[in-house]
Design a binder for this molecule. Structure first.
Ligand SMILES: Cc1cc2nc3c(=O)[nH]c(=O)nc-3n(C[C@H](O)[C@H](O)[C@H](O)COP(=O)(O)OP(=O)(O)OC[C@H]3O[C@@H](n4cnc5c(N)ncnc54)[C@H](O)[C@@H]3O)c2cc1C
Length: 401
């Protein structure tokens, strides 16, 4: 039987994160956003609630909850602040879950455990000045010297670049394959901030997700040991795509929360603001925008929940996750734009949150696979050009402890 009800544990997570966001984040978000301030003190608070390892098994320092709980946390966080959902996306979705699935016992002990406990913060570095969607266009190299690798390159538009301790870095280990754009020449590495030759800085001109940290990092002859290679040499592309399956899921759940934030704000304003002798919510054209948000919220939520259930069951979900990410982010951009429209001139000012919602929504239509990349993916699935095969490594099925 299909059951659409959340379990008790889910409801508890939802309530906990909702309360946390309302109490600890909401009072400061508008100011942090306008001052472009990333509030580091929030990290300890999130760690205390076990959010930074929410779906990492307890044996690795996490809270041992399921992947649906991760989605619920992301939805509730982004209802209030996109930048904290981004933190969950890179730290938990892209990084911790990659270590959980691909890491050696030693790597899990050294990196996953402190990350899941929130003692260390982690992110993901694929994008470079010359290549985002086109992952094989990256230039970063990792040349083997004895039992070490020498990393050189530059990553940009990296969430938490100035905050994270650990970085999952995709680089070419086979330079012949690099010339031929053969993705089996790519590998994945764990790089620590303290390594010699590592530098980072901010992307200072960002106009969305301003309360979050986004930046660049560069690697100049950064030496790492073989123990820092995640998976096998040549599996970097698979790991990068695997990570995106988890990151995109968190983005989808977050965008769903953003649609709900737009809907709630719009409903409030539509009931309060009067024109031509009635509340603007009585005008059919305003109703249309609100109806779209209500529709998009329900559709987006069902799509990310479906992907979450597949993850819990240990089933491949690349197609479902891509669909959830595509539909929810495009809808959140529409919801943000329409929320500003409903607020009229008030929406065009920082005194109300809807302008921030709109600005923040746009990022998710770009990162973790642009709208166009997901459109192509879904077309290719429909046309039968793309068929997901089982992978050597998959996300561990959720086992309730
Ligand atoms: C706020 C923010 C945070 C980010 N955080 C991270 C992070 O933590 N780690 C990380 O690695 N990256 C991160 N990124 C980078 C992000 O993943 C890339 O920006 C994204 O993958 C797109 O790459 P690009 O910007 O190089 O655009 P391009 O790939 O150059 O694309 C430009 C345009 O061309 C279109 N296009 C490209 N190829 C095709 C095609 N085949 N068919 C049709 N259209 C196409 C795209 O859809 C887009 O509209 C972040 C970006 C932002 C904005």
């Amino acid at each position: 039987m299909i059951n659409f009800d959340l379990e008790e544990d889910h409801l508890a997570v939802e309530t906990m994160v909702r309360d946390f966001a309302a109490k600890e984040v909401a009072p400061h978000i508008q100011e942090n956003d306008s001052k472009k301030h990333f509030d580091r003190s929030i990290l300890q608070k999130m760690a205390k609630l076990n959010l930074l390892g929410i779906c990492v098994p307890e044996s690795y320092g996490g809270a041992g909850m399921d992947y649906v709980s991760l989605g619920l946390a992301c939805e509730e966080l982004e209802y209030v602040d996109t930048s904290l959902r981004v933190l969950m996306s890179v730290h938990v979705g892209l990084n911790c879950l990659s270590l959980l699935s691909w890491g050696s016992d030693d790597q899990k002990e050294r990196y996953l455990v402190p990350q899941a406990k929130g003692e260390k913060i982690a992110t993901y570095g694929l994008t470079e000045p010359n290549a985002g969607s086109d992952a094989v266009g990256i230039q970063t190299t990792a040349v083997k010297k004895g039992d070490r690798y020498l990393l050189n390159g530059e990553k940009h538009w990296i969430s938490l670049a100035e905050v994270a301790d650990n970085f999952l870095v995709i680089a070419w280990t086979d330079l012949e394959k690099k010339k031929n754009r053969d993705h089996s020449g790519l590998s994945a590495f764990i790089v620590e901030r303290g390594y010699d030759g590592f530098e980072s800085g901010a992307m200072t001109h960002k106009w969305g997700i301003k309360a979050g940290n986004t930046g660049w990092f560069s690697l100049t002859d950064v030496e790492v040991s073989e123990d820092n290679l995640l998976g096998n040499e040549g599996e970097g592309f698979k790991i990068a795509m695997f990570a995106l399956d988890q990151g995109r899921y968190t983005v989808a759940a977050g965008a769903t929360g953003l649609i709900r934030a737009c809907l709630d704000a719009s409903v409030g304003w539509a009931n309060e603001r009067h024109t031509f002798g009635q509340a603007i919510g009585q005008h059919q054209l305003v109703k249309q925008m609100i109806a779209n948000m209500a529709r998009d919220y329900e559709c987006s939520r069902l799509l990310w929940l479906k992907a979450g259930v597949l993850k819990n069951e240990g089933r491949r979900n690349t197609k479902e996750t891509s669909l959830a990410k595509w539909v929810s982010t495009v809808a959140s951009e529409r919801a943000g734009s329409d929320a500003v429209q409903i607020f009229g001139s008030y929406g065009y000012s920082d005194e109300y949150p809807v302008g921030r919602f709109w600005r923040n929504s746009k990022g998710a239509v770009i990162y973790e696979g642009t709208r166009e990349i997901h459109t192509l993916m879904q077309a290719d699935y429909a046309l039968g050009y793309r068929v997901d095969k089982p992978t050597r490594v998959s996300l561990p099925k959720y086992e309730k402890s």
